[in-house]
Design a protein around this ligand. Structure first.
Ligand code: LLP
Length: 421
């Protein structure tokens, strides 16, 4: 029986050593994914910074690896800010995003010296007041709602007119003008992010056109910028048959750079291009290993595994597809139709529907592929299940990078009022 290899390791051995469920990340894959971005955007004179979107996966060891490759970060909370600073990403390469920031969030951002992407006029005024109070200046970007429709799941299209993110396209110039007048905030950039898991990348061209049109109007009014941030959103091939055709960072660069370059040349200006990829950096770097607890012939042929939507919510939340491999039977013939379900007490806890797999038995090990993005980072303790461990593999060596939670972690922070004891 052939066994699945990942990062030069026999994953069956990893499961024996660390237990299941288990997230496993391949360091080389992660580095290569990041390098593909760097190389793709190094082809022109446009100075490009990659700000990895921490929400996709905030495990410190991975952030450390990305920091060593030269990544900056897009953070969406004070917590993500702390994580990336711990990983060694310098403040000048961090953008604090978010559509609902508290005064505390704004204070943290200003004190840390990072840039802030401002999502509303309310926030702009509050930020100016906070910075003023702290006697500091803060560079800002205006988060633009570009009104572009990518062909993706409704829950992950973020730049539609009706979306909660960003300042409506037609209000952006007046907001920039207000920012110029307010004390302690310095207009430095324009920012947008149109959605996630985008496979038809023509929308990136459309968004770039719109953003560069705004840039022109900003410069016409005598204002200047240091960067334009076009967000993340590049999709990956989750299905085997999509792997060869899914767009690459190079395709993205070829879509964005000509539009960007034309405009800066036409206007005789220069500033940085910033991108915020999450999924396309970490997605393929990680698998989730899970043990088969039961195989049941019922209305469907069910395979019940020891990981549910508490550890990987994408199939349930977005109807997302992840390839499933029986890791201890990789060269056995796929012969039967199975539906792989989790161990959460909900009928919707289906990880993979109608897959043809080799004959599965209790005790087999299943690998769910491409779970590096929005896998562990969206996990919970639902059903009283401590979160699983994660290991990093590199050239045949493994290191634990997050230990398995225990029931102690379920109890931590809970208090029983004295009157109940
Ligand atoms: N920048 C901003 C402002 C974002 O809101 C996001 C993702 C990104 C960058 C990174 O996008 P990416 O390159 O990863 O597509 N949980 C969903 C995806 C939610 C994306 C939220 N924003 C999923 O599992 O599909």
């Amino acid at each position: 029986k052939k066994h699945l290899l990942f990062g030069g390791m026999v994953v069956v051995k990893l499961a024996e050593r660390y237990g299941t469920p288990l997230y496993v990340t391949d360091e080389n894959k992660l580095r290569n994914n990041f390098k593909r971005y760097k190389n793709a955007f190094e082809t022109t004179n446009i100075d490009t910074d990659i700000y990895y979107a921490v929400k996709a996966n905030g495990i410190l060891a991975l952030l450390k690896i990305l920091a060593s490759e030269g990544s900056g970060s897009d953070v969406f909370s004070a917590g993500e800010l702390v994580l990336t600073k711990l990983a060694g990403i310098p403040a000048e390469k961090i953008l604090f995003n978010g559509n609902s920031k508290s005064d505390d969030d704004l204070r943290t951002a200003v004190e840390s010296g990072v840039r802030v992407s401002v999502d509303s006029v309310d926030e702009l005024r509050a930020l100016s007041a906070v910075a003023n109070e702290l006697g500091k200046e803060v560079e800002i970007a205006i988060r633009v709602n570009p009104d572009v429709s990518p062909d993706v799941h409704a829950k992950i299209a973020t730049g539609l007119k009706e979306s909660k993110f960003g300042i409506p396209f037609h209000d952006v110039i007046p907001v920039c003008e207000e920012a110029e007048k307010l004390p302690n905030v310095l207009l430095a950039g324009l920012h947008c992010h149109i959605g996630s898991q985008i496979l038809d990348i023509t929308v990136f061209g459309e968004a770039t056109e719109k953003m560069m049109g705004l840039v022109e109007r900003v410069y016409e009014r005598g204002m200047k910028l240091k960067f334009v941030d076009l967000g993340g959103g590049l999709g990956i091939g989750y299905r085997q048959e999509e792997k060869a055709t899914a767009p690459t960072p190079k395709d993205l660069a070829e879509m964005i750079l000509p539009v960007f370059e034309n405009k800066v040349q036409e206007l005789g200006i220069s500033f940085k291009l910033v991108l915020e990829p999450g999924r396309s950096v970490v997605g393929t770097s990680t698998i989730l290993l899970s043990r088969v607890n039961a195989v049941k012939r019922a209305n469907k042929n069910f395979v019940a595994i020891d990981a549910g939507f508490n550890l990987l919510i994408r199939p349930v939340m977005y109807g997302a597809y992840h390839e499933v491999v029986v890791a201890n039977k990789v060269n056995e013939r796929a012969s039967e139709l199975y539906t792989v379900v989790g161990n959460v007490c909900e009928a919707g806890d289906i990880m993979a529907k109608d897959r043809i797999l080799p004959k599965v038995e209790r005790g087999d090990l299943v690998a769910i592929l491409d779970t590096g993005a929005y896998g562990f980072s969206m996990s919970s303790q639902y059903n009283g299940r401590p979160r699983c461990a994660e290991v990093l593999v590199c050239n045949g060596k493994a290191d634990l990078i997050r230990s398995r939670e225990s029931v102690e972690d379920l109890i931590r922070n809970q208090e029983i009022p004295a009157r109940l004891t």
